[in-house]
Design a protein around this ligand. Structure first.
Ligand SMILES: NC(=O)c1ccc[n+]([C@@H]2O[C@H](COP(=O)([O-])OP(=O)(O)OC[C@H]3O[C@@H](n4cnc5c(N)ncnc54)[C@H](OP(=O)(O)O)[C@@H]3O)[C@@H](O)[C@H]2O)c1
Length: 305
């Protein structure tokens, strides 16, 4: 397995994202808007403080989307951090919009991808977004397949993303929620990153991670802690993770994140939180070292569960 060595100047090291080196622990903004990623935050001052503290602690990779609260996450980022630090990589995504009730609706057609990029540029207050992920959607919120009117073939979507990159509106193209087949088809677009669900407890994306590693594409797992959504196993609650954390003097979340860092050196983390103490906890993962025996136990978890 080829190594993806990262530089160690920043604690925890860096890895490549669209031609730049970013700290391996970044920040995901999806937990900042209100419940259901909709409407204003429950505590606006804390949401702004979380963003400012993240950057103060060395985070230079923030993941967001205009559809997080229909502009709410981007407005918070802009209010907290604009004018943005030179080294801050802002990463967003297109492919969905919200309806008036907050439901995530597909917006997959090329003209909708372009409108999504324009919405992000406006709400973030920038002329160029460092990376934009094309988030693929194949069903309606009800679980029914996309109607023909909402479908777009991958080639035409990638052609639009490439045009947006050529025009300088986006710096790099990512893909999200992709299958192996879609990832293979997208690789010729010179991808900056792939965002799929993946964690210590969900290794279903392992073949895609292997492909990213082999092509030097950053792997940016979402739901690295098991998400905020009910019904999904939480990494920090797994008994083996809790036990390892107690033995190492770390927190369970740190163990889950440290495993991701140790598993692949090109992985970039974007854990999401609305809490200052959780943010600090997550960033302090850079100081957590998993010994070989602990790694072996954690590596085996997906086989046991
Ligand atoms: N490309 C895509 O389609 C896609 C999809 C989903 C998400 N994303 C991105 O990925 C990021 C990460 O995913 P996510 O936020 O959904 O899920 P996540 O990072 O797996 O987990 C977030 C949950 O973990 C809790 N948490 C965070 N730090 C913790 C800690 N140190 N100890 C205990 N609990 C902690 C948070 O609660 P508190 O707020 O209380 O800390 C929240 O409930 C998102 O923020 C978003 O930017 C991308």
């Amino acid at each position: 397995m080829p190594d993806r060595n990262s530089e160690m100047a920043i604690p925890g090291g860096t890895a490549k994202l669209a031609g730049r080196e970013v700290a391996r622990i970044g920040f995901g903004a999806m937990q900042l808007p209100g419940p259901g990623v909709w409407g204003p935050p429950k505590d606006r001052d804390t949401a702004l403080a979380v963003l400012r503290r993240a950057v103060e602690l060395g985070v230079n990779h923030i993941d967001t989307a205009h559809f997080y609260g229909d502009g709410v996450a981007n407005e918070l980022i802009r209010t907290a951090l604009h004018p943005y630090p030179e080294n801050l990589a802002l990463v967003s995504k297109v492919g969905a919009i919200r309806d008036s009730n907050g439901a995530f609706m597909p917006a997959q057609r090329p003209e909708q991808l372009r409108a999504g990029v324009e919405a992000n540029l406006a709400s973030l207050g920038v002329e160029r977004i460092d990376v934009v992920n094309l988030r693929l959607v194949d069903e309606m919120p009800s679980g029914t397949p996309l109607p023909d009117s909402e479908k777009a073939d991958l080639d035409s979507q990638l052609a639009e993303m490439t045009a947006l990159r050529d025009e300088g509106k986006i710096g790099g193209i990512g893909v999200s929620n992709v299958t192996m087949e879609q990832l293979r088809a997208a690789l010729p677009a010179d991808l900056a990153c792939v965002q799929n669900a993946y964690s210590l407890l969900d290794r279903s994306g392992e073949p895609l991670l292997d492909l990213c590693r082999n092509h030097g594409v950053a792997w940016v797992p979402y739901f690295p802690l098991g998400s905020a959504f009910p019904g999904m196993p939480k990494v920090s609650e797994h008994p083996a993770v809790v036990k390892a954390a107690a033995e190492l003097g770390a927190t369970p979340a740190q163990v889950g994140l440290a495993w991701l860092l140790a598993h692949d050196s090109g992985t970039l983390l974007i854990p999401g939180t609305s809490s200052l103490s959780h943010l600090e906890d997550n960033i302090a993962t850079v100081g957590v070292r998993l010994d070989p025996a602990t790694m072996e136990v954690l590596d085996g978890l997906h086989m046991a569960e």
